[in-house]
Design a protein around this ligand. Structure first.
Ligand code: FES
Length: 154
């Protein structure tokens, strides 16, 4: 088993096309260095993100998740980010109740002009998740459920 010092976290970032994806692109074109542990999944708007995808990501091996879109009042669909934030607050309570480690999910706003903020967000998230270690607890539950779960008394 690897120690936390050589553990490379797998991070999935769900981002909106118009702000955070463009901000991440700017990070690259500005040649700012940031951790390569992140796989980006692009949505038209954070309002379109199905939060069950977060659980699916953990089940399939993610150790941490970033959700990021336009700043309040900058959403290209007017209020998609407010809608996402409201759903996130409700979903976060459910996750907490389920015992999902919500320290592993980072919710943020990054605009198209904030390439350095994107780099900081990724670097901090990777460092935080590295210190928490691999998220094996959730993956074990998902494996158990996938194999059919509990079928009655022992
Ligand atoms: Fe970016 Fe809606 S378009 S959050």
């Amino acid at each position: 088993m690897s120690s936390n010092t050589d553990f490379e976290p797998k991070i999935i970032a769900f981002v909106c096309n118009w702000c955070t994806y463009a901000g991440a692109d700017l990070t690259g074109t500005s040649r700012l260095k940031y951790a390569t542990n992140v796989k980006i999944v692009r949505f038209p708007c954070t309002g379109r993100i199905d939060f069950l995808l977060l659980l699916k990501s953990f089940a399939q091996g993610a150790d941490g998740i970033i959700v990021s879109g336009c700043h309040p009042n900058d959403c290209h669909y007017t209020s998609g980010n407010f809608h996402a934030r409201r759903r996130w607050i409700a979903f976060r309570s459910i996750l907490d109740l389920m015992g999902v480690d919500i320290r592993r999910i980072q919710y943020s706003w990054v605009s198209a002009a904030e390439g350095s903020k994107w780099a900081d967000l990724v670097n901090h998230t990777v460092a935080d998740i590295r210190s928490l270690g691999p998220y094996q607890e959730y993956q074990k539950i998902a494996d158990y459920l996938e194999k059919g779960g509990y079928h009655g008394e022992d």
